[in-house]
Design a protein around this ligand. Structure first.
Ligand code: SF4
Length: 287
C-alpha cells in the first residue's frame, strides 16, 4: 500500500536561511529530495496555468551564487546522510520508509536549464556527491520543460551528470493548441517535441504530464488521444521513455480556474499510455 503523508503537499522552496537548496519529502521521489533552485528570480519561459510558484511578491534574491549553493548543498547532504535532518520539524514527521535520500533535483522557481552557468551547478553537484561518497543509486534529477534541450551547453551539462542523471521532462499536451493554452509560452510545440525526441535518443526520459480541470472542464478525449499519439511517435522515433508520470494539481495554482482531476480521472488518463506498453505512474491531487 502506498505511503501517504501531509509532507507530500508541503514543498516550500525555502529552508532555514538557505537561498538555493532545500529539502522536501516528495511523493514522486518516494523519499527525500534535495531541491536546487537555479531560478530565484522566479522567471520562466513558460507561464503554466497550474504553476505553483508564487510570483505575486518580488523575489528576495535574483541571482545564483555558486559558492553559496555549494555550501548549502554540502550541509544538506551531511545532515541528510547522518539523519540529523529528521530530528527537526517538519521532517521529524516523515514516515520511516521515506527517510531515505532519493535524489538531488534541479527544480526551482523556473526552468533550470535557462540558468547560464547550469553546467557549473551540475559539476559542483556531482563533485559533492563524490565527496560525500553518496550511494550511486541516488539520482540527480533535472526537472525541465524541455525547451532548452537542443542547446549544446545544456547537453554538455547533462553529460556531466553521468550515470546519475534523470531527465524529467514535461509533456502536458498532444496538440499545439492545448500546449499554448496550458503552458502559455512563445516556444513552438514542435520544438519541445523535437527536443524530447533528440534527448530521448541520448538517454531515457521520464515524461511528466500534468492534467487538470480548466474552467471546470476535464481534458477532452481528442486531446488525450493526441497526447498518447505524441508519446508513441517519440518512441517510434527512437526516444527511450523510462516511464510516464501522470499527475494533477496538488497545491495552489497560478490561475484560480484550475482545479485537480479526481483519482479516477487520473487513473483513466494513465491507462492510455499504459495500454500502449509504457510504464505509467499515477499521482493524485490533495488528500
Ligand atoms: S515550467 Fe514549471 S516553473 Fe515554469 S511556469 Fe511551468 S510549472 Fe511553473
Amino acid at each position: 500500500m502506498a505511503i501517504d503523508t501531509p509532507l507530500f503537499t508541503q514543498h516550500p522552496r525555502h529552508w532555514r536561511t538557505n537561498a538555493y537548496a532545500y529539502p522536501v519529502i516528495s511523493r514522486r521521489s518516494r523519499g527525500l529530495s534535495l531541491g536546487i533552485n537555479l531560478n530565484p528570480d522566479t522567471a520562466c519561459n513558460f507561464d503554466c496555468v497550474y504553476c505553483s510558484v508564487d510570483r505575486t511578491s518580488p523575489p528576495a534574491i535574483r541571482t545564483v551564487d555558486l559558492a553559496t549553493l555549494r555550501g548549502e548543498l554540502d550541509h544538506l547532504l551531511r545532515i541528510s546522510i547522518s539523519g540529523e535532518l529528521f530530528d527537526e520539524p517538519p521532517f521529524d514527521a516523515t514516515p520511516m520508509p521515506l527517510r531515505r535520500l532519493n535524489d538531488l533535483a534541479f527544480s526551482g522557481d523556473g526552468e533550470p536549464t535557462t540558468y547560464p552557468a547550469f553546467a557549473d551547478a551540475c559539476r559542483l553537484t556531482v563533485d559533492l556527491l563524490a565527496w560525500h561518497q553518496v550511494d550511486p543509486a541516488v539520482r540527480i534529477v533535472v526537472i525541465t520543460n524541455a525547451t532548452m534541450l537542443h542547446q549544446e551547453r545544456v547537453q554538455q551539462a547533462l553529460d556531466i551528470l553521468g550515470e546519475r542523471a534523470e531527465i524529467w521532462a514535461k509533456l502536458d499536451a498532444g496538440t499545439a493548441e492545448h500546449f499554448r493554452a496550458i503552458d502559455r509560452t512563445e516556444v513552438p510545440f514542435q520544438r519541445v517535441l523535437d527536443n524530447l525526441l533528440h534527448a530521448g535518443r541520448r538517454r531515457p526520459l521520464v515524461i511528466q504530464a500534468l492534467f487538470a480541470r480548466l474552467h471546470d472542464e476535464p481534458p477532452t478525449n481528442v486531446e488525450l488521444a493526441a497526447w498518447t499519439v505524441r508519446l508513441q511517435e517519440l518512441r517510434a522515433g527512437g526516444a527511450a521513455i523510462a516511464r510516464i508520470q501522470v499527475y494533477t494539481t496538488a497545491r495552489a495554482t497560478a490561475e484560480s480556474w484550475v482545479s485537480p482531476l479526481t483519482p479516477a480521472e487520473i487513473d483513466a488518463i494513465a491507462e492510455r499510455p499504459r495500454a500502449c506498453g509504457f510504464i505509467t505512474e499515477a499521482f493524485y491531487g490533495p488528500g
